[in-house]
Design a protein around this ligand. Structure first.
Ligand code: GLU
Length: 287
């Protein structure tokens, strides 16, 4: 299988040095493996993502010395695909509608403090003590109440049986890692008005695009067990993962889009060369 990797930014602003490092790490890995490098725009958040950023992303990456296969996949053009995935999960009976507000969830958590906490994907919610009756659900639906589709870990365990406990992935350079989604609780996979989430879209697209190696920042490491769980439920292959270290500024802070000085656009406008940028990437890509 040809080594295939991707860089998948969300066009919610200009790329900063941290993105450049991620893109460069994936691109170099593809070159070294004589493989394929793809670019994907993860723009399902149609409020925060702006088309005007797409062109700046292309300009920045070309300037840095990257090239990628065309066409670029733009997730906002494929909501139907992600809807089909959600339907599939509904068919498996592993997702449920959750009408609770954040405040109600916090109250539930306060009642069961051993479940408390904020996980890598927001509040850790372990599901209602009692499932909503179909009458109550119908009532709330007809009242037009908003809801989220959550992935029930309890149901996943039932549906997958022994496969649930056997889930794992290969972390490049580190070997096999057990994929335990438990610390994330019942994650939100879609909402009433947005029929997808990063998790559904990324898992779907990595499989569709034949990604053999997912190379991304270590901030997403905690999400990988959830992605492996979705791959297992959907009978999709699990790629090899490589979570690289995150670049930090002189104060040890991660770069953020709001830090205008660290954007590639402003750095190149201030006269930096691609070599200057790449010099900032020195050191191992993984810790
Ligand atoms: N779109 C994600 C981000 O900008 C990257 C997702 C991934 O590489 O899996 O952080």
């Amino acid at each position: 299988m040809t080594f295939t990797t991707r860089f998948a930014p969300s066009p919610t602003g200009h790329l900063h040095l941290g993105h450049a490092f991620s893109a460069w790490t994936a691109f170099r890995a593809a070159c070294e493996a004589d493989g394929r490098f793809l670019l994907r725009l993860e723009d399902i958040d149609t409020v925060r993502c702006k088309r005007e950023f797409d062109d700046v992303i292309y300009d920045d990456l070309l300037w840095l010395g990257l090239d990628w296969e065309l066409p670029v996949r733009r997730q906002s053009e494929h909501f139907d695909d992600y809807e089909t995935v959600l339907q599939h999960l509904r068919g498996l009976g592993v997702v449920y509608r959750c009408f609770k507000t954040r405040r109600e969830i916090l109250e539930d958590i306060a009642r069961a403090p051993h479940h408390a906490g904020e996980g890598a994907d927001g509040l850790i919610y372990r599901g209602p003590a009692e499932p909503l009756s179909s009458d109550e659900e119908a009532e709330r639906l007809s009242a037009g109440e908003p809801y989220a589709w959550r992935l029930s870990q309890a149901r996943c365990r039932e549906v997958l049986g022994e496969r649930f406990g056997a889930m794992h992935f290969l972390e490049d350079g580190k070997g096999e890692i057990a994929a335990d989604p438990d610390p994330l609780g019942d994650v939100i996979l879609a909402r009433k008005d947005v029929g997808t989430s990063y998790h559904i879209a990324v898992v779907h697209d990595d499989a569709l695009q034949g990604i053999t190696h997912v190379i991304r920042g270590e901030d997403l490491f905690a999400m990988t067990p959830l992605h492996v769980l979705l791959q297992t439920l959907l009978n999709l292959p699990t790629p090899v993962y490589r979570h690289h270290r995150l670049l930090t500024d002189a104060k040890g802070q991660r770069f953020a889009k709001r830090n205008k000085a660290a954007t590639l656009k402003s750095m190149r406008e201030a006269g930096a060369s691609p070599e200057d940028i790449r010099a900032r990437f020195a050191g191992p890509s993984v810790t």
